[in-house]
Every structure is written in C-alpha cells, then in structure tokens.
Design a protein around this ligand. Structure first.
Ligand code: DGJ
Length: 386
C-alpha cells in the first residue's frame, strides 16, 4: 500500500470508528427508578424537586437545574424544562427561568436557593404561571419566601415577577383565639431550625408572629381543581404546619383564603392530587436532605378535614421512602384515575447526581400504596389494584 492510500485508509477507519462511538440517544420503554436517565441529547436529565404539567397532550417537566459539588445545592443556573409525549423519553427544552448574574441584590440572584418549581396554566389570562420556594442570597433558609414567574409560552422564557411571604395581614379560616394574642419577644427574635420547635407551634404562636409580614413558605406545590381554582400548598410556621392557600383568579397572588393543616406535624415535600372526588396529600417529615418515612392523607374537600393515612410505602426501605422524598403526583393522560408518584433521591454532596424515583400508585380503598420496582412501565397502571 502506498503512503497516500495508507493515510486515506487510516482516516477512513478513524472516521467510521468515531461515528460508531458517538452515543446515540437512548430510547426508553420503561421507568427504572434511581437509575441514570438521559434526555434526547444523551445528557442526564437535570430537573430536581420538579413537577410535571400537561399541556395539549405533551408533558412538561420543570425542575431545579443542579450542578456538581456542594455549591449545587444553591441555584447557580435556574429552572430546567423537558418535554415528552410518552413520559419515558424527554426532550431538552432548556433553562426556562435563569437566575440573575451580576446583581447580588436581586431576589433570584445567582447563588440563592430556588426549589421545587411548579407550573400551571391560567385559562383566563392564557399565561403559564410558575411558583417556587425562594430563599434570598446569603440568608440560608431564613427568608422562607415564594417566587412567581410568568410566560406566554409553556417552554418560556419565564419572567420573574416578584417574591413574597403569603397571606400578609390575613388570618386562616381555622384561626384560634390564641393566635390573636401578643407574641413573646423571644419568639419574635429567634430563627428556629426548621426541623423542630422548643414548644408547640400554637403556644409559641408562630402564626401570629408572621401575621404582619406574611407567613413563611418553604417546600411547596400547586394544585388546580376541576373548577380551575388553584391552590398553593406549602410548609409554613417554621415548617411545623402546612398551609393550603387559594390563589387569586390570575394565579399570581393569594386570595387571602387559607387553612392550616397538620398543625405541629412538621411535614414538607407536599404533593396533592384528586381521585374519585377526594383530595389526597403525600409529603415527608423534616430531616433536611436525609430521607424519612412518607406521610399521606385524604380529605373530602381541599379545605379538609384532612385524615392522616400513614406511610403509603410498603416493603423493604419503606420507612425511608426508598431513600427519596416526594415532589409531585402526576395524573397520567388517557388512563383514568392513574397516578405516578415522583420523588427525589437527593445527593447533597453532588446534587447533580440526585436521582429520580418514579413509582406507580395503587390504592386499597382510600389508602395509597407505593411499592418499589426496579423497572416498570405504564401498562402496570392498567392492572392497578383497587
Ligand atoms: C428538604 C426539602 O424538601 C428540600 O427541598 C430542601 O429544602 C432540603 N430540605 C434542604 O435541606
């Protein structure tokens, strides 16, 4: 072989080898909870603490974009969106809400904490509305605010509108006399841990303390009912008590109507859904990034009364929610009354490597049952036990 032919052959060989070595996008036909999950570009899906919103027969998954290393626990990039027709295969739609660089005083300045984004659609205003838990830069988890962003398109870009503490100067429907009494000075001055309080939330009167400035709002979700009324459900009162708050007609603020539920139960990671006319709640206890046993509850109305049903998980590792924490419950389109439980397996040392735990939901009368599967697909929901 002459020199020229040899070079041509070698170039041809390496070109073919290179093309074959390129990773072609994986095509999925099932869910593998806890396994690495690639998007259409062969990049690991990056949408933690997320929620899924269905619009015109397409699912949109919104979640926290995390980066590698402990700095990834703070918002360095923003909210990431993916779309899918089948729930297995996800197309990258990019960052739809960016944190703000070069302005450390901005509410969503790079390095703030921006968690659990959820998107809903307002039919009257034709706007897509995003709410998320926001902690201002450099204030750890003390700000306990909610952020609101809006877009004309589901895949953004979303424009940041404001952040707030909900229901300033509003008492809940189920306020007690004790809340209207003066609040002790030491309660006013103390920043509590978020996992416990040195007394009962009502005797400390955290609700009364925050009445003039707005109620604390950390882990959160949104729920839209059949009548288009939307609700913001969040961990409040130093995480001790959940608030269910009605949103205004445009979904951009609170109507002022709200209730306190699970008082003193320290529940976070809320997910709410409706099945057969009843309202269901799944959440967790408060142990930071470490997993704990899930909680569940049912009510005849969003306003309660909420009856606790206990841990919905069964089998090995059920006391730790299979090493994960709830983030959303997804109703599956075209499969009546079928739901997927979505959770995060956090990795606070390397947040980008947090994994997604999606499991099929079964019911026994009112009780929710969550069981571990290494692999499952949507046909499982056709055979779900009632
Ligand atoms: C648990 C929450 O559910 C997460 O969203 C996050 O806020 C961590 N706590 C922080 O410790």
């Amino acid at each position: 072989m002459k020199g020229f032919q040899l070079i041509t052959f070698v170039l041809f060989f390496f070109t073919i080898a290179f093309l074959f070595c390129q990773e072609s996008p994986v095509l999925y036909h099932s869910f593998k909870p806890g396994q690495i999950w690639y998007d259409n570009n062969g990049i690991i899906i990056n949408a933690h603490g997320g929620g899924i919103f269905n619009h015109l027969d397409t699912y949109y998954w919104f979640g926290e974009h995390k980066i590698a290393g402990p700095a990834g626990n703070k918002a360095q990039v923003g909210v990431h969106c993916y779309s899918s027709k089948d729930l297995y295969n996800w197309k990258d739609e990019g960052i739809v809400l960016h944190v703000v660089e070069n302005d450390s005083s901005h509410d969503i300045a790079k390095g703030c904490i921006l968690e659990r984004p959820k998107v809903i659609y307002n039919r009257k205003t034709k706007k897509f509305v995003m709410w998320f838990h926001l902690e201002l830069l450099g204030r750890d988890y003390r700000a306990a605010r909610s952020g609101v962003a809006v877009s004309d398109n589901v895949t953004g870009p979303y424009k940041f509108l404001k952040s707030l503490r909900p229901n300033k100067d509003q008492w809940p429907q189920n306020v007690l006399d004790i809340h209207k009494k003066p609040v002790k000075e030491d309660v006013k001055k103390t920043a509590y841990s978020g996992g416990s309080l040195p007394g009962h939330t009502d005797s400390l009167n955290i609700l009364g303390r925050d009445y003039p400035g707005g109620q604390m709002a950390r882990d959160m979700t949104l729920f839209v009912d059949d009548d288009e009324k939307a609700y913001h459900i969040f961990a409040s009162e130093e995480n001790s008590t959940l608030h269910i708050a009605e949103l205004s007609d445009d979904y951009l603020s609170h109507s002022g109507k709200y209730i306190r539920v699970f008082v003193g139960r320290f529940m976070e990671a809320p997910a709410v859904f409706k099945r057969q006319g009843k309202y269901y709640f799944i959440g967790s206890g408060c142990t930071g990034w470490a997993p704990n046993a899930a909680r569940s509850s049912v009510a005849p109305s969003i306003w309660g009364p909420w009856r606790e049903l206990g841990n919905p998980c069964i089998g090995p590792d059920s006391s730790l929610t299979f090493f994960s924490q709830s983030t959303f419950v997804l109703p599956v389109i075209g499969k009546k009354e079928t739901f997927i439980f979505m959770a995060d397996r956090w990795n606070p040392q390397n947040p980008i490597d947090g994994r997604y735990i999606w499991l099929p939901m079964k019911f026994q009368a009112d009780r929710i049952i969550l069981e571990w599967f290494d692999e499952w697909d949507l046909t499982f929901l056709d055979s779900k036990k009632e």
